[in-house]
Ligand binder design. Sequence first.
Ligand code: AMP
Ligand code: ZN
Length: 141
Amino acid sequence: MPENCIFCQIVAGDIPSKTVYEDDSVFAFLDVNPLAPGHTLVIPKHHYETLADLPEDAATDLFSALHRLTPVVEDAVAADASNVAFNNGEASGQEVPHVHGHIIPRFDDDGGNPIHAIAGRTPDLSDEELDEIAADIRDAR
Ligand code: AMP
Ligand code: ZN
């Protein structure tokens, strides 16, 4: 475990957290700086920096926990919906380099934005460029 990773220290119990879920591979706790009541972070217990670093079994466990916890978190705060998202890498705004999914409860009148609001400059791509990108992704899988 990287000694200076806040989230590893939370998993180890060295830093306190408002824990909401724990199993062999996943840990979840309330965000200390919530964007909404119930804002929850779901993390793998082992240290991986980004989604691409996660081995398949840890990715499966992480998504399964997100899938199970999201409706529970929503119900706990009587939310109307939620955004479930990862800041994945520094350029995306990831500040803690230990992969974590955010469950952010949303309310009909909360004045917030959809996930589309994260983009800065949006690209103007031709149909050919979209085809090329789609093919690059397909061929690399
Ligand atoms: P990100 O920008 O996706 O890396 O988000 C990191 C999140 O971790 C932020 O929403 C912080 O409020 C949250 N955070 C940082 N330190 C702690 C902590 N000790 N306990 C709970 N949440 C934390
Ligand atoms: Zn860590």
